[in-house]
Design a protein around this ligand. Structure first.
Ligand code: AHG
Ligand code: MN
Ligand code: MN
Length: 352
């Protein structure tokens, strides 16, 4: 064991280095390089793509941190394809991620929550496509509450060398080769999976690097947190209302930030269930299957949890028919979702 020697007034104290915590050692770049062989199509391309996402995340992080000073909080004055008011940071994050992915050269096409159509980035030799929610939780931008970015990566299906096709982005979540999110919170984190477990990196702003901080992330099988917008309670299906009432009877803790990434991240670490059921306004649920649900479903399953749509489907099995389609989402600790299933009287086949 190594010891550090330092002087304190007139005495010499021996400090046990093991008590100083883990060394801040493994950068994202190094980790990606070391684990490159995990990918079944092991070339450096997917690694480079993850680096491109990390670069855009750093830039967006910088802009979010200064939002209050740069007059980039607040509404942009337009609506996106889904009729939602765009915030300035929605637009900025969209531009930053698309630019980084385009310049990185590994993707041939992108679909984004903020764009109506598939974006052909003009790189026909890119082997991957990305689906992205560039800024998640935009209603929290103005109030300095945690927000995020969510991404899914797929191998293209159309031949390399041709322009990106619709079929490349209309794949079910099962086909994701990597997925993750960036959480712009009290600290900024990048959490991702390539199908070999979940890893989390924390951003060190003075060094400009993401460092490995959460290896082998696992969601507890049980939890006592439920996360749902209870303002919509009266509109929920009866069985969901019953389930939520039992959460109260069991004295579970209610936690709802209103930024999916932040709510998901907390439940991933602490155990819990997140619910976004259908409402009268959003009869298929509010969250977007391709930009939000799929990535988090892949992550949660890799961490030992479960994600379902409440209609008998694993989220990852749903075959999409439209870029911007929505899905109800129930996601979190394995035993909590199993319990919910009893109320829904469903028997969704779950991943082991
Ligand atoms: P986005 O900001 O990307 O449009 O996503 C908003 C989503 C999600 O982040 C959040 O969990 C949910 O909307 C909150 O919805 P409610 O305000 O209806 O609870
Ligand atoms: Mn979102
Ligand atoms: Mn968004």
């Amino acid at each position: 064991m190594l010891n550090l020697r330092y002087y304190s007034q007139n005495t010499i104290t021996i400090m046990d280095k093991s008590k100083l915590g883990l060394p801040v050692g493994t950068t994202l770049d190094r980790f990606i390089k070391r684990n490159q062989d995990d990918f079944s199509y092991a070339t450096g391309e997917l690694s480079q793509l993850l680096r491109d996402i990390a670069l855009a995340a750093k830039i967006v992080n910088r802009e979010i941190n200064k939002a209050g000073l740069l007059n980039i909080a607040g509404a942009f004055g337009s609506t996106n394809i889904q009729g939602e008011e765009q915030q300035k940071l929605d637009v900025i994050a969209d531009i930053r991620f698309i630019r980084a992915l385009k310049n990185g050269g590994e993707v041939c096409g992108i679909i984004s929550e903020e764009e109506e159509k598939i974006i052909d980035v003009g790189n026909n030799y890119g082997k991957y496509v990305v689906a992205i929610d560039p800024l998640d939780g935009s209603s929290n931008v103005d109030v300095n509450v945690s927000i995020g970015t969510i991404f899914s990566i797929y191998r293209r299906l159309s031949p390399v060398g041709a322009p990106v096709q619709n079929e490349d982005v209309m794949q079910s979540g099962n086909e994701q080769v990597a997925a993750g999110y960036v959480l712009y919170g009290a600290s900024t984190m990048l959490v991702y999976t390539t199908g070999h477990g979940v890893v989390g990196f924390t951003y060190e702003p003075s060094l400009g690097e993401f460092f490995l901080s959460h290896n082998h992330m696992k969601i507890p099988e049980n939890g006592s947190i439920y996360s749902v917008n209870e303002g919509n309670f009266n509109e929920f299906p009866e069985k969901i209302k019953e389930y939520i009432n039992t959460c109260k009877e069991k004295k579970y803790t209610a936690r709802y930030i209103g930024s999916l990434v932040a709510d998901f991240h907390r439940n991933l670490l602490k155990g819990g269930i997140y619910l976004y059921p259908p409402t009268q306004k959003n009869q298929d649920g509010k969250l977007r299957l391709l930009y939000e649900c799929n990535a988090l479903a892949f992550l949660v399953e890799q961490a030992g949890g479960v994600a379902i749509d409440g209609k008998g489907n694993r989220i990852l099995d749903i075959k999409p028919y439209e870029y911007h389609q929505r899905a109800a989402l129930y996601i979190g600790s394995k035993n909590m979702i199993k319990d919910l299933q009893k109320y829904l009287e469903l028997n969704t086949v779950m991943a082991d």
